[in-house]
Design a binder for this molecule. Structure first.
Ligand code: ADP
Ligand code: ASP
Ligand code: MG
Length: 411
């Protein structure tokens, strides 16, 4: 008998037929004698629909009420999933995040899990029930409902698996596993048998929405090994786990594209000590997350100036523009230029640590495809470039072909 946590995402519970399909799968495990905790998302499209309703009333809705609203999506699914199990004569009880003992901080719409007290979950399991928990939500110590950021049901599942010390954690979605890149964008993408936490974390934060990046961070921290697999077939999925030496044999594990970036350039910024510090302090105080930064060489010797570019999330662009419009004379730059038509293309792999020439090979591949590179950033296990949005998918396909399909290593 195993204790299993299974998470079903929005498309896996997208309509009543899919929910019945989920119930049948749960029954298979239940009939084997396993104890099962099921974490579910809102039905596909529901969270977006609720956000749309809120936006009709307020462009920036009150965050506490937003959480009350969004949590209803998952609450609908837990009740329907429990009913689907009851119709199969299986004992099942649904729990909201609060009832399941998920305590968070008070940062509405992107709360962090502080601790989980799974007493209720264990009691219900011990009484023979399948326990269905609402993903994406928790409660603050003083009783307010919170949500964990978009895609947050992944985090609920991983955190519950850690709290109940599950033998197995399965993330069911609408693809067979983690692929070398989004299989809906690059049909030649390959399913990975396994991937290291750090690689999954980079791919997720660089645009692969198959797992929420915070959930991967949590899994790494608490050592939760999990499998990403399809709710629509019985194929084995992808195991996400701690890095092994064998994994270093592959230079590029995968590639991803993030179309949610925008580029901001401050033209002719005075080039003397302290200016960059002030600019990025203003951004930090406005809670704007900056990713890539490029500063050009200085021009002019009497009062040298430079162009400074950085990327922000597209949703934050209006905020960044407003911030710098108000700081023009204070900082003393000449012009603010923004570009939303960009994308960030990245390649990721722990094997890059031991290889040289990977960046050169990536840039050559893009050059051969006639794609201009606007910004570059690298870390030990990833290389990212900013390119024009209209050639982003072409760039992804070219890079995927070079590193994955043709398996060039760069060296
Ligand atoms: P769920 O609703 O189950 O949480 P998501 O829509 O959040 O599912 O994530 C699954 C989707 O992630 C897939 O349909 C796929 O298009 C996309 N995706 C992006 N990158 C990858 C990748 N590298 N491997 C697999 N799927 C990916
Ligand atoms: N329903 C939430 C969302 O759409 C959480 C999730 O699906 O994981 O972001
Ligand atoms: Mg998801």
């Amino acid at each position: 008998m195993a204790l299993i946590v299974q998470k079903y995402g929005g498309s896996s519970v997208g309509d009543i037929e899919r929910i019945k399909n989920v119930a049948n799968r749960i029954r298979e495990y239940h009939d084997r004698g396993d104890q099962i905790v099921v974490v579910v998302s809102a039905m596909r499209g529901v969270t977006d629909h609720l956000i749309g309703l809120a936006n009709q009333l307020m462009p920036i809705p009150t965050e506490r009420e937003m959480d009350v609203l969004l949590s209803t999506g998952e609450q609908t699914t837990i009740a329907l999933t429990a009913m689907a199990l009851h119709s199969l004569n299986l004992p099942a009880v649904s729990l909201t995040g609060a009832q399941a003992g998920i305590q968070t901080d008070g940062v509405h719409t992107k709360a962090k899990i502080q601790n989980i007290t799974p007493t209720q979950i264990h009691d219900l399991l011990d009484a023979g029930n399948v326990v269905i928990v609402a993903g994406f939500q928790g409660r603050t110590p003083d009783g307010n409902i919170t949500t964990l950021g978009r895609g947050g049901s992944d985090l609920s599942a991983i955190a519950i698996a850690a709290a109940v010390k599950a033998d197995l954690c399965q993330i069911y979605t609408d693809v067979d596993g983690v692929y070398t890149t989004d299989p809906r964008v690059v049909p030649n993408a390959r399913k990975l048998e396994e991937i290291a936490y750090d690689e999954m974390l980079e791919l997720a934060s660089l645009g692969a929405k198959v797992m929420q990046s915070r959930s991967v961070e949590y899994a790494k921290k608490f050592g939760v090994v999990f499998e990403v697999r399809s709710s629509l077939n019985a194929n084995p999925g992808t195991i996400v786990k701690e890095e092994t030496t064998a994994m270093e044999g592959v230079v590029v594990r995968g590639a991803s594209l993030d179309k949610n970036q925008a580029k901001v350039t401050l033209v002719k910024v005075p080039d003397h000590p302290g200016v960059a510090a002030r600019i990025f302090r203003f951004l930090a105080d406005a809670a704007l997350n900056i990713d890539m930064i490029v500063q050009n060489i200085s021009h002019g010797s009497d009062s040298p100036s430079t162009d400074l570019s950085f990327t922000v999330e597209k949703v934050d662009l209006a905020k960044a523009r407003k911030l710098f419009d108000g700081l023009k004379s204070e900082i003393g730059f000449q012009e603010l230029v923004t570009d939303e038509d960009v994308a960030k293309l990245s390649i990721v792999g722990v094997g890059m640590r031991g290889h040289s020439g990977v960046a050169a090979r990536m840039f050559e591949t893009l050059a051969e495809a006639g794609i201009n590179i606007e910004m570059i950033s690298t870390s030990e296990i990833k290389i990212s470039v900013i390119i024009a949005l209209d050639v982003a998918e072409k760039g992804l396909a070219a890079v995927h072909k070079a590193f994955v399909e043709e398996n060039t290593t760069g060296a």
